[in-house]
Write a protein that binds this ligand. Structure first.
Ligand SMILES: NC(=O)c1ccc[n+]([C@@H]2O[C@H](COP(=O)([O-])OP(=O)(O)OC[C@H]3O[C@@H](n4cnc5c(N)ncnc54)[C@H](OP(=O)(O)O)[C@@H]3O)[C@@H](O)[C@H]2O)c1
Length: 214
């Protein structure tokens, strides 16, 4: 367990990615609220597994609870998220655009924006950091390693708020990965979306910087 100050983290969407993050963050000593679209009563088993530092919540409650929030749901459903209570907060966006799942989104199809900027529109004032979108859920769950291990994997992050990126990078380090800053949501987000070289790359920090063209 980490000896860092515990952070309250609200996790909306606790499937492959959100569930892995909940396990990591609890193990690192943080307090988590977990939420899905079906309600807290459907998360009893997960909370029992996570232990005393976790509780189930509604989506709105989880977003309010977190000092840092995580949104890890199908992109096509972000329009369902309530915007109350997130202004000024760090919100980690793990989401990717898969038209077969999410439906066609014209502004992404013509590249006039990025998926994380769409989330920023949905959650006004949130300090969005795109992270964990480019790593396979099984690697996120199982391949964390101590800092300095030569086999440690790196995770690209992007965002428009430098302090928010530092906070997210510290959380990533705690759970066993190196964060590599790819730039703003507009620039970096495009560099580590699906079908780019960093997406799903089995790379350490130096190699990932190369894949990002940094
Ligand atoms: N799987 C991967 O390897 C991977 C890797 C990187 C990024 N991603 C991206 O990360 C996101 C999550 O992926 P995943 O694989 O973890 O998905 P998943 O296993 O399908 O889990 C999605 C979670 O979101 C919840 N959810 C769905 N709609 C919701 C809503 N409107 N409000 C609140 N919760 C909602 C689901 O629960 P209920 O249905 O019960 O509400 C479930 O807990 C996606 O955008 C995905 O593209 C996935």
């Amino acid at each position: 367990m980490s000896d860092s100050t515990p952070v309250r983290i609200g996790i909306v969407g606790v499937g492959n990615i959100g569930g892995a993050l909940a396990r990591h963050f609890v193990a690192a000593g943080h307090e988590v609220a977990v939420a899905n679209s079906r309600g807290p009563e459907t998360l009893v088993d997960l909370v029992a597994e996570l232990g005393e530092r976790a509780h189930a919540a509604t989506v709105a409650e989880a977003l309010r609870f977190g000092e840092v929030d995580v949104v890890s749901i199908p992109l096509g459903r972000i329009g369902e998220l309530p915007a109350d209570g997130v202004a000024g907060k760090v919100v980690i966006d793990t989401n990717n655009y898969y038209p077969g799942r999410d439906g066609q989104i014209a502004a992404l199809d013509d590249d006039s924006t990025t998926s994380s900027e769409l989330l920023a529109v949905q959650l006004p004032g949130a300090r969005i950091v795109k992270a964990f979108n480019a790593i396979y859920a099984s690697w996120l769950a199982e391949r964390g390693l101590p800092a300095g291990d030569p086999a440690r994997l790196a995770i690209p992050i992007s965002g428009d708020d430098a302090e928010a990126k530092r906070i997210v990078a510290a959380l990533i380090d705690e759970i066993g990965f190196d964060a590599v800053d790819a730039g703003t949501l507009a620039v970096g987000g495009r560099k580590h979306q699906p079908d780019t070289p960093p997406y799903g790359a089995e790379a350490g920090a130096a190699e990932l910087r190369g894949l990002l063209g940094l």
